[in-house]
Design a protein around this ligand. Structure first.
Ligand SMILES: Cc1cc2nc3c(=O)[nH]c(=O)nc-3n(C[C@H](O)[C@H](O)[C@H](O)COP(=O)(O)OP(=O)(O)OC[C@H]3O[C@@H](n4cnc5c(N)ncnc54)[C@H](O)[C@@H]3O)c2cc1C
Length: 437
């Protein structure tokens, strides 16, 4: 590493600025630690701001998440949806993604977090089995950020995997992973002039059969998903193509999927403009964004199981409470949206109950000095379907950042942090079980 310039020395370096990463960085910053947050995109918020995901699912998100919501509400950028059957309290939040990115920036600055945007965290610097910093790459080249504790919030456990931590990916049976998604949209449609749904459906089938539209090879449910209109309402909608069998950690596969989706989107627009009444002036709203629900999951000191989710398991170090259902977008039959309410109800803790995510799930088997937070923690895939949502990801980040700060303060490894204390501070002293009024 002698040839890599050192850019600085921090107590905690957080890799990835999604919900988990900002939660971790703000938590450690608020506890007085020097923090560097490294994010490869231009905004904070991860999928919220990079993919315009503005729905925060109904499960608690922790103190930092609640602070975020209060600030968003105050600038008219958040509202809550209550549907007692489908959404457990505190309800489902709809937030403006761009404003969320800006508010997160404000919160990170206030917490004294140092930021490096447009910078990729490449891998950990390891000496004697412990992490000593992170090698980063950006327009200025490669550099080293020294750290006492590193928190991997890259969503794909990039840093942990490259540091030799054990991980799994996909279903144990055949390695299949949840659908990736290509989010794109159409604007300029005169909905009132659209033909009835069955006619649109026939046109769609014809367009694909004639080769006018070549659906991406990996599209899930070509008959259902290829054309961007709702079967339920007949309205032209923001399309999101579900893609199966794409490994998001394989750049060749993701590149091919993105290329095929962009070309197909263009063909759809051309076809609509030429053949479908009401679409003569339509156009693509964006070039489309490829998103991932699932990739690597570390094998930590404990693995959250689907049974833990459904039975409402509690743990001495259960720092993060959660109760979202096991929402899988999976190619296996019967395991994809749209889910009926009965499925949702049967696949979450009982009303008024919750499960806890132990701190141990954030601790990879190796190296020392590393924590992992967000959707890539140690869990079974069905459990990941529940805990990957935005509020829980931020709560997990807050737990990791708090533990990192305590470890630095005490001069110990994150593995030695008292998980029961973390549970007391972040869980028991903070939130109330869901009530229904
Ligand atoms: C199509 C889709 C729809 C969804 N809908 C919802 C929804 O409605 N409600 C909900 O609550 N959840 C939803 N989710 C799930 C949720 O958005 C994610 O699971 C959640 O954002 C995970 O948070 P995270 O911080 O772990 O990862 P991310 O949000 O992915 O953030 C990871 C961050 O790390 C950065 N990064 C990655 N690698 C590196 C690196 N090596 N160096 C530096 N930076 C790096 C990324 O740029 C990103 O900013 C959806 C997910 C998808 C894919």
């Amino acid at each position: 590493m002698n040839d890599v310039p050192v850019t600085g020395e921090w107590d905690v370096v957080v890799c990835g600025g999604g919900p988990a990463g900002v939660g971790a960085a703000i938590a450690a910053g608020r506890l007085g630690r020097s923090v560097l947050l490294v994010e490869m995109e231009q905004r904070l918020g991860g999928l919220i701001s990079n993919a315009n995901i503005g729905t925060f699912c109904d499960t608690p998100g922790g103190p930092i998440f609640d602070d975020l919501l209060a600030r968003l509400e105050a600038v008219g950028a958040a509202s809550v949806l209550i549907n007692h059957q489908r959404y457990y309290p505190p309800g489902r939040w709809r937030c403006h993604p761009g404003t969320t990115a800006a508010v997160l920036m404000e919160m990170a600055r206030e917490a004294g977090v140092n930021l490096l945007l447009t910078t990729m965290a490449e891998r950990a610097l390891i000496a004697d089995g412990a992490v000593g910093g992170v090698i980063m790459v950006n327009k200025a080249g490669r550099s080293l950020a020294r750290a006492q504790v590193v928190v991997d919030c890259t969503a794909d456990a990039d840093i942990a995997a490259r540091a030799g931590a054990s991980f799994v990916q996909g279903d144990p049976e055949d390695g299949r992973i949840q659908h990736c998604n290509f989010r794109w949209g159409i604007e300029g449609v005169h909905s009132e002039q659209l033909p009835p749904p069955e006619e649109l459906e026939a046109l769609c089938a014809e367009a694909v059969a004639s080769g006018a539209i070549k659906p991406p090879d990996t599209i899930f449910g070509v008959d259902r998903d290829c054309f961007p209109f709702s079967r339920a309402t007949g309205a032209m909608i923001l399309g999101g193509w579900e893609l199966q069998h794409v490994d998001p950690t394989d750049p060749h596969q993701t590149t091919e999927a993105i290329a095929q989706c962009q070309l197909a989107a263009l063909q759809v627009v051309r076809f609509l403009r030429e053949h479908v009444p009401g679409c003569e002036e339509c156009r693509m709203r964006s070039a489309g964004i490829f998103t991932t629900r699932e990739s690597r999951r570390i094998v930590g000191a404990y693995t959250v199981t689907a049974e833990d989710v459904l039975s409402g398991a509690k743990f001495d170090d259960g720092a993060v409470p959660a109760w979202f259902w096991t929402d899988m977008h999976d190619p296996a039959p019967g395991r994809s949206t749209p889910y009926p309410l009965e499925y949702v109800v049967a696949n979450r803790p009982k009303p008024g109950d919750w499960y806890e995510i132990p701190y141990r799930c954030l601790l990879p088997d190796r190296p020392e000095g590393l924590l992992v937070a967000g959707r890539c923690i140690s869990c079974e895939r069905l459990a990941q379907g529940s805990l990957r949502v935005i509020p829980t990801a931020m709560y997990l980040g807050e737990a990791a950042g708090t533990a990192a700060a305590w470890a630095v303060e005490a001069g110990i490894s994150p593995r030695e942090v008292d998980g029961a204390r973390l549970k007391r501070v972040l869980n028991e002293e903070y939130w109330q079980p869901p009530t229904y009024d």
